[in-house]
Design a protein around this ligand. Structure first.
Ligand SMILES: [Zn+2]
Length: 112
């Protein structure tokens, strides 16, 4: 049996925050606003996995009202989601993501 999940997330660019995408800190004048590290790419991946598992979305599991997730490293939250996925004996077979941003240019930060 296989399942398909679709994740989507949006964060506003603001001054005074780091820009972290997929766990990579990208030098830029603006960063993403959010309760955690606001890693929008990782959040979308987490949402897709949770959706495929039928477990709701990241807001349900990691609410932005919980101080425990203030400034949280989203890769650690993703590890938790992957652990839940493995408990149900699923694996990620394929993953495709789309990042929408006018700037900064992301291509220099993608490994060849
Ligand atoms: Zn998010």
């Amino acid at each position: 049996m296989f399942r398909i999940g679709f994740g989507y997330d949006v964060h506003r660019l603001v001054e005074g925050r780091d820009l972290i995408l997929g766990g990579v800190r990208i030098p830029h004048a603006l960063g993403l606003m959010g309760h955690s590290d606001a890693d929008v790419l990782t959040h979308a991946v987490m949402d897709a996995i949770l959706g495929a598992l039928g477990k709701g979305d990241i807001g349900r599991h990691f609410p932005d009202t919980d101080p425990a997730y203030r400034g949280a490293d989203s890769l650690l939250l993703l590890k938790q989601v992957v652990a839940w996925m493995r408990q149900e004996r699923f694996v990620v077979n394929n993953l495709d993501t789309t990042l929408v941003a006018e700037r900064p240019r992301i291509s220099p930060h993608i490994p060849p």
